[in-house]
Design a protein around this ligand. Structure first.
Ligand code: CUA
Length: 170
């Protein structure tokens, strides 16, 4: 094999340009995800925990769903979804509270989306509620008013009537 020319790495200019475009796009996407996650507080809802939908409402925190006041303006809200209601279907916290929702379903898939009825604004709290897992999301409530949490996944005949109310009081 002696005497053979040293192989040179030739990249076609089209291929090189597309490699550059691809790398630039990856950097743009990674930057966008980082800005959304770390600077704007937009988080992908993560399953918090696996549970048995048949027993989740009989023991543990979901046996007694509702608000827990952790002090310092922090709350936890345990919410059970089932055809066709949320338990509890009314909640109330003072303005400025940070509420961490833990939501699960005891039957079929539901959704949980929080919107401010007073202003018509949606919040960024919008999560699927799947039997067998606990969805966890935290929201800081800086505006007083009446909020509504509604089911966003079709879950049967009375799906449109599946909602609850959250009052954010002065
Ligand atoms: Cu529950 Cu739709």
């Amino acid at each position: 094999m002696s005497g053979q020319a040293k192989p040179s790495l030739h990249i076609d200019s089209y291929e090189r340009n597309w490699i550059i475009v691809t790398v630039v796009l990856l950097v743009v996407f990674a930057t966008a995800v980082s800005v959304a996650g770390f600077m704007m507080g937009i988080n992908v809802p993560a399953p918090q925990n696996r549970v048995d939908p048949k027993t989740v409402n009989k023991e543990g925190p979901f046996a007694n769903p509702g608000l827990r006041d952790l002090g310092g303006g922090k709350y936890e809200a345990y919410v059970l979804a089932q055809m066709w209601k949320f338990t509890p279907n009314t909640l109330s916290v003072p303005v400025g509270s940070s509420v961490t929702f833990y939501i699960t379903s005891i039957d079929v898939q539901h959704g949980f989306k929080l919107a401010n009825l007073s202003t018509g604004e949606a919040t960024n709290l919008n999560v699927q509620v799947v039997p067998g897992q606990v969805s966890k999301l935290t929201i800081k409530l800086d505006k007083t008013g009446t909020y509504q949490y509604i089911c966003t996944e079709y879950c049967g005949a009375s799906h449109p009537a599946m909602f609850g109310t959250l009052e954010v009081t002065p």
